[in-house]
Design a binder for this molecule. Structure first.
Ligand code: ADP
Ligand code: MG
Length: 632
């Protein structure tokens, strides 16, 4: 008995039969019912439909019917529509390079027809009636329907039981089908969509503005936590919404990216977005976003993947940068703009600045404990208020702020111990008046609570600030700025601080000496088993130098010495900021608290700490009234 397989006799090279080629192509295009839905909706959109209805049976496995009111297919072209590589959308290579339709490969209908029973029913504007083509029998017969096209797909994978086995439960397949329509719906608010499952309407989106469509499809929650993205960089235009870090999720299930209206899952783009969250989001959390990139068609190749879900850009770097910066800018919008928006007539702009009053309607006030980030979105008119106008509103207090900035920049004064209010401003209500300063977005400090929170009063009511988290962000942003300018100043210690170090710490101190010096830390061996810290960053006067040095050494130990600062900047600065930030349970004076609030107002991304947690919350008077059942 020979167990060895006999080599099969060689067969001559032959062309594959068309049927088989189609099935191979189908393997790329049709993975599950949702892929069919995607292709058919693509076709309906290319045909100029304004209303698309998707009907499913058994999650789409038994039947998928997509109806549209597009231009239709003339009867004599119906057989052609089902042929491989037959398309009405491009006729030459030049046209491929400028393609603006969703489809162009002429493959989908043929591929679907090779793995399912397909019929196409269509009527063009000039025709007296519709025609129905049965793909299997090739029979063409008159039929009834208005202008447009219906494609019926039954018994997907009926002839390939092995593939049918890979399908999941009907409920799962249905969910994927709905997601496929959702992706289209987000790109095309001008088109109405409906999804039926076994006679039941499961989703319906009417024609709407883009904003309203996003709200309809992704829910009010998404909008509450989203910032508007608007940027134009050379030939690129980016728009859409990016969720604040707090809105991030444990799964990447709300990340939508469109290139020229086509949904894509592209590593480069995803990475660009992720990079924008680097400073504000903990690694495992997934940001939510819906972004649209519009770019000249000849700068992007959409024909690199059978389902066109990946793309290739002519200038990948430029695109990556643009995405990153646009999202960063959206996330860095001064957090306090919305809080600065008056609920009533309190905050009229000073006449001399000419700044327009913000006219937000506080749609977020219904929700208790609206975060700073969320609120700034829920008041879109304010979000669009240019940053400069906000700056102008602050002009009146610039002198005071400059004093603060100078003070903060002095070595040893990262945390102003006592803030000297300039004489000219000595009558500011900061310490004296009972009235809140409505034009301080984060308000006037009134107390410290539990050694952890600062309570402040602003025009809307009560502001609660997590002082460590807020200060950590301020210190982080300051260090980042200094590092970018290559000037984290080292402050020599009169008496070096020494500590017993492990061999690993000593090794890191030696190998990463350059990096340490760049960070303002002079740490060097002093005899066996001992390290001495001779200088520390001037900006971190608060920190315990030994703990600071130990933490930074621990962080540096994860990396090779070369380019460590570039590669681990976020981690290093976050570690340093944590040590430099005011500790819980430190008693602060009102001046110190106010100084912190003002610094928050000036700091980018101050809404969140370095880990993406909120740094402050607003509790409005209305919400307080609600707690006490006042006015009911
Ligand atoms: P592609 O979309 O890449 O051109 P398809 O196989 O998806 O290839 O479709 C083949 C052709 O059939 C299209 O080019 C189009 O002319 C026609 N077609 C398909 N679906 C529709 C539809 N819903 N309405 C009008 N024409 C359609
Ligand atoms: Mg198509």
């Amino acid at each position: 008995m020979s167990a060895l397989p006999q080599p099969s006799p060689r067969r001559p090279i032959r062309e594959l039969p068309d049927e088989l080629i189609s099935q191979i192509a189908a393997g790329e295009v049709v993975e599950r019912p949702a892929s069919v839905v995607r292709e058919l909706v693509d076709n309906a959109l290319d045909a100029g439909a304004t209303e698309i209805t998707v009907r499913l049976v058994a999650g789409g496995v038994r039947a998928i019917l997509v109806e549209d009111d597009g231009i239709g297919i003339p009867a004599d072209e119906l057989p052609m529509a089902l042929k491989r590589h037959a398309t009405s959308k491009i006729a030459s290579l030049a046209e491929l390079e400028a393609v603006s339709t969703m489809g162009f490969r002429g493959e989908a209908l043929a591929a679907i027809a090779s793995v399912a029973e397909v019929a196409v029913l269509s009527r063009t504007a000039g025709a007296d009636h519709a025609w129905r083509l049965d793909a299997r029998s090739g029979e063409l017969a008159p039929a009834a329907r208005g202008v447009g096209t219906s494609v019926e797909v039954r018994e997907l994978f009926f002839s390939t039981p092995a593939r049918r086995k890979f399908l999941k439960t009907d409920a799962t397949e249905l969910a994927h089908c709905i997601e496929a329509v959702r992706r289209h719906a987000l790109a095309r608010p001008d088109v109405a969509f409906a999804v039926w499952h076994e006679g039941r309407l499961v989703e319906q989106w009417r024609r709407a503005s883009f904003e309203q469509r996003v709200r309809d499809v992704l829910g009010a929650d998404f909008m509450e936590g989203a910032r508007e993205v608007q940027a134009r960089v050379g030939p690129l235009a980016l728009s859409g919404y990016a969720g604040v870090p707090e809105a991030a999720r444990s799964r990447a299930d709300q990340q939508y990216f469109y290139v020229n209206g086509r949904y894509v899952r592209d590593k480069l783009l995803a990475h660009g977005v992720r990079a924008a969250y680097e400073d504000v989001l903990h690694g495992a959390r997934q940001p939510v976003y819906l972004l649209r990139l519009d770019i000249a068609p000849d700068r992007v190749d959409v024909n690199v993947h059978p389902t066109k879900i990946e793309v290739r850009f002519r200038d990948a770097r430029e695109v990556h940068q643009a995405v990153r910066h646009a999202v960063e800018a959206a996330l860095a919008q001064p957090h306090t703009q919305a809080a600065a928006a008056p609920a009533g007539p309190v905050a009229q702009p000073t006449a001399s600045t000419g700044a327009q009053p913000a006219t937000a309607t506080q749609t977020g006030t219904e929700t208790a404990w609206v975060s700073g980030g969320g609120r700034s979105f829920s008041a879109p008119p304010v979000v669009r208020e240019p940053v400069a106008a906000f700056g102008a509103q602050l002009q009146g207090r610039l002198a005071w702020q400059e004093a603060l900035a100078l003070h903060a920049a002095e070595p040893g004064a990262a945390w102003p111990r006592r803030l000297e209010v300039p004489a000219a401003q000595a009558d500011t209500p900061c310490a004296a008046a009972d009235e809140p300063r409505p034009d301080w977005p984060l308000g006037r400090a009134i107390a410290q609570l539990g050694g952890v929170y600062i309570l402040a009063e602003n025009a809307h009511g009560l502001v609660i600030v997590d002082m460590h988290a807020a200060h950590e962000r301020i210190v982080y942003e300051r260090l980042k700025r200094l590092l970018a300018e290559q000037r984290i100043e080292a402050q020599p210690l009169l008496i070096p601080a020494t500590f017993a170090a492990t061999p690993a710490e000593i090794a890191t101190a030696e190998s990463a000496r350059e990096a340490l010096l760049t960070l303002g830390l002079d740490v060097s061996p002093l005899g066996p088993g001992t390290l001495a810290v001779r200088s520390r960053p001037a900006a971190l006067a608060q920190a315990d130098v030994v703990e600071l040095a130990r933490s930074v050494l621990a962080e540096l130990a994860h990396y090779d010495a070369s380019h460590v600062i570039e590669r681990a900047q976020h981690e290093l600065l976050a570690t340093m900021a944590c040590h430099g930030a005011v500790r819980a349970h430190r008693r602060l004076t009102l001046e110190e608290m106010n100084a912190l609030l003002r610094e928050m107002e000036r700091t980018e991304r101050a809404d969140q700490c370095n880990h993406g947690r909120p740094t402050w919350r607003q509790l409005t008077l209305k919400e307080l009234d609600g707690l006490f059942l006042r006015g009911r």
